[in-house]
Design a protein around this ligand. Sequence first.
Ligand code: KG4
Ligand code: ZN
Length: 362
Amino acid sequence: MGPAAPAEAAGTDPDTGAPIRIRTVRSGVSLLTLGIETSCDDTALAILEDNSRVVGDVISSQIADHSPFGGVVPELASRKHQETLLPLLRTLLAETGVSPGDIGLIAVTAGPGLMGSLLVGVMSAKALAQGWGTPIIAVNHLEGHLYANILSHPELRHPFLCLIVSGGHTEVVLARDHGEYSLLGATRDDAAGEAYDKASKMLGLGYPGGPAIERAAAGGNPDAFAFPVAMKDSGEVEFSFSGVKTSLRTALLKMNGEIPLPDVCASFQRAVTESLLIKFEIAVERTKVDRVTLSGGVAANAELRRALTELGRRKGFEVFLPPRKYCTDNAIMIAAAGYASYSRGSRSDLSLTPDPSWKIWT
Ligand code: KG4
Ligand code: ZN
C-alpha cells in the first residue's frame, strides 16, 4: 500500500459518544488495526488507531447461550462466532465510519483457546486479509491480556509481573520486554475463574460464576468459613483450586439447604484471593520486580483488586490495574498486542493456522 493523502472519516468516541475524526492508514500518519477475538465465548472486534486510540469496539457475549449448561460448550461457541462475526464487523464499520480500505492491519487471536472458536476468527481474518489486501498478524491471547495493562497505563515500563487469572488460565508471567516473557508459575489443576464458575454452579448462581459470586458476597463475612488455601506454605509459585471447590461442596452438604449465601460467597472469594496473592507475593520477592499488573476476567474482581493494591502498599511495589472492561476478553487488547508485534517486525501470512495451546514464554 503506497502513501496517499490523509483522509478523514466521522466516528464516535466509545467513551464519550462525541464525534471523532479518523485519519486513515494510507496517510502514513497513523495505522488502523482491526482486532478480532474469538478464543472462547466472546465474539469481539475493535479498531485501534496506532498503539492506543480506541476508534471503536464491539462485543457479542454468548453468556445466555452457555449459561443453561453452566459453562462454555465448545461446539456451540464456534457456531455462535460464525453467526455473529460478520454482522458485528458490519456494525463496527458503520458505527465508526471506517471503511475496509482504511484498515492497515488485521490482528487476530490464534491461540491459546478453543480450537473451533479460534478457527472461526482466524479463517475470517484470513478471508478479510485476502479480500482487502491487508496484512495480517497472529496474536497470542495471553499477550493480549498483558497489553490490556500496557494500553491502559502508558507509563508502565518493562520489566513487570502479571498475574493472569481467567476462566482458562492462572499464571504468573514476567514480561521482561515487548515479546519477551517467562512463566514463573501456574495452576496445577483448575484456573481461578474456573473455580468461581464451578462454585457458582454448586450454589445455583449461574454462569459466569465470578461476577455472580462477587455480587452474592456483598455484605457477607469473609471469615465465616475457613475454606483452604492450597499449598500455602510450599514456598513455590504454584496454584491449586480443586481443594477449595471440594471443601465448598462438603460444607454445602452439611448445611442441608440452609445456605448463608453472602457468608459462603465472601469466604470463598477470600480463599481464592488469598491463594492468588500469597503466591504472587513470592514471585515479586523472588524476581525483585516492583511493578505488578493483573489481567484476565478474574482481574475484574473488586476484592482481588483491593487486596493486591493493599499488598502493594504494604510491600512497596507499584500496582497497575486495567479498567474492568479491559480485564475480560476483548478485541482492543488483541489489536494493541498485534500492533506492537507488527511494529517490532513480526509478520504472519495466509498460511496462518490456530494453535490452541500456543505459549509465549520460555
Ligand atoms: O478472560 P475471560 O473473559 O475469558 C477467559 O479467557 O477465560 O475470563 C472469564 C472468567 C470466568 O471464569 C469468570 O467467572 C471470571 O473470569 N470473572 C470473574 C469476574 N468477572 C469475570 N471472576 C471473579 N470476579 C469477577 N468480577
Ligand atoms: Zn482471556
